[in-house]
Design a protein around this ligand. Structure first.
Ligand code: 8YV
Length: 315
C-alpha cells in the first residue's frame, strides 16, 4: 500500500522527521522557495498537515489541499488553525496538550526570576569588568512574598500558580469563571482588578478572538510602574502597541516575553528597551517535551489513518 501524503508546514527535529518519513510521503512546505508552485498536482493528494503551534494552517492553505483530512498541531495552541474552515470541510484537528504544561510553567517562573533579579545585566556586569571597576551590582526587586496574578487558570496557569506557592506569594487568578480546583489562589473576575493587586502578572490564556488584547492599556496601567508582565501564551492576548508605549514611558515597570506579534520578526522597538527580557518562543523547548510533542503528533496521525479514536482531538 502506498504511504499517505502529508505536508509539513515548518521544520521538525530530525528524530521526528525520520519517524514521519518511515510512514508517510513527506512534503516540506518550509523548503519551497515558490510556495504557490509547490502545490502541483502531486501535492493535491496531501491528506494530512503536520504544523507547529505558531504556524497553524490558514484557510488559504487548507483550500489548496482538496484531499485534506486532518491537521495535527505540534503545540497546545491551535489559534493559528482556521477551525471554522476545518469544521465546514469535516477536517479533524489535533494538538499536544499536557505533555508541555510543566516546561511552559517552568519557563514562566524562570523569566520572572531572571527579570526581577536582573540576572542578564548581572552577568554582563561580571563579563564586561564592571564588577571589578565599579563594584556592587545595582539592587533589584525581590520575588518571594510578593503578589502574583495568573490570567487564565487552565493547565499551564494552574502549574504556574502551584510553583508560585513555593515562593510564598500572595496569588490571585482571573478566568471566565471560578475554578473548583483552584484551592488557594483568590478569584478576581476582572483582568484590570487582577493587575491592580499584582506585582507580577502571568498571561497563560489560550488565545482566541475573545481574548485578543485582553491585556489592554488599562490592564497595563493597573499593573503600573512597579509591575512586571510575563507572557508565555500568545502575543495576540496583549495589546502590543500599548505594551511598547507603557514600557517606553515607564508606566509599566518591565516585561518578560516569550511571544511576539509577527514572530520571529518582532517590533524593533523591543530591542531598544532595557526593561524587557526577550525569549524566542521556546517555553516548550526542552528535548524531553519536544520528543513527547512529536510522538503525540504522530500518534494522532496514526490513529486517524487507522480509523481509531484520536488521542487529543480539538475538532
Ligand atoms: C510551539 C506552542 O508549538 O504549544 C504551543 O502552543 O506555541 C509551542 O509549543 C513550539 O514552539 C513549536 O514551534
Amino acid at each position: 500500500m502506498s504511504k499517505p501524503e502529508i505536508l509539513l508546514v515548518g521544520a521538525y527535529p530530525e528524530w521526528d522527521l525520520v519517524e514521519l518519513e518511515k510512514t508517510y510521503n513527506v512534503h516540506k512546505l518550509y523548503e519551497a522557495s515558490d510556495k504557490d508552485a509547490f502545490f502541483d498536482e502531486k501535492r493535491c493528494n496531501i491528506r494530512a498537515i503536520a504544523t507547529r503551534g505558531e504556524l497553524g494552517a490558514s484557510a488559504s492553505l487548507i483550500g489548496k489541499l482538496p484531499k485534506l483530512e486532518v491537521v495535527s498541531v505540534y503545540g497546545v495552541g491551535y489559534d493559528a488553525v482556521d477551525l471554522a474552515t476545518c469544521r465546514e470541510k469535516g477536517i479533524r484537528v489535533t494538538n499536544t496538550p499536557d505533555v508541555l504544561t510543566n516546561d511552559v510553567a517552568d519557563l514562566g517562573i524562570a523569566m520572572m526570576l531572571t527579570q526581577s533579579r536582573g540576572m542578564i545585566g548581572a552577568e554582563r556586569w561580571v563579563k564586561d569588568g564592571s564588577w571589578a571597576a565599579q563594584g556592587l551590582y545595582p539592587l533589584k526587586r525581590r520575588v518571594w512574598g510578593r503578589r502574583a496574578g495568573v490570567l487564565g487558570l487552565g493547565r499551564i496557569g494552574f502549574e504556574v500558580a502551584k510553583r508560585l506557592k513555593g515562593f510564598d506569594m500572595d496569588i490571585a487568578y482571573s478566568d471566565v469563571s471560578e475554578k473548583p480546583y483552584a484551592e488557594g489562589p483568590t478569584y478576581v473576575a476582572d483582568a484590570v482588578a487582577l493587575a491592580e493587586r499584582s506585582d507580577f502578572l502571568f498571561v497563560t490564556l489560550a488565545a482566541s478572538a475573545a481574548t485578543r488584547h485582553i491585556v489592554s492599556r488599562d490592564v497595563l496601567a493597573a499593573l503600573g510602574p512597579d509591575g512586571m508582565l510575563i507572557n508565555i501564551s500568545r502575543a495576540s492576548n496583549i495589546d502590543e502597541d500599548a505594551l511598547l508605549a507603557a514600557l517606553e514611558s515607564g508606566n509599566l515597570g518591565s516585561a518578560a516575553l516569550d511571544v511576539f506579534e509577527g514572530e520571529p520578526k518582532l517590533n524593533q522597538r523591543f530591542l531598544g528597551l532595557d526593561n524587557v527580557l526577550l525569549q524566542p518562543h521556546h517555553a516548550s523547548g526542552t528535548i524531553e517535551t519536544r520528543k513527547a510533542m512529536g510522538k503525540l503528533v504522530r500518534d494522532n496521525l496514526a490513529a486517524h489513518f487507522a480509523n481509531a479514536p484520536l488521542p487529543t482531538p480539538v475538532v
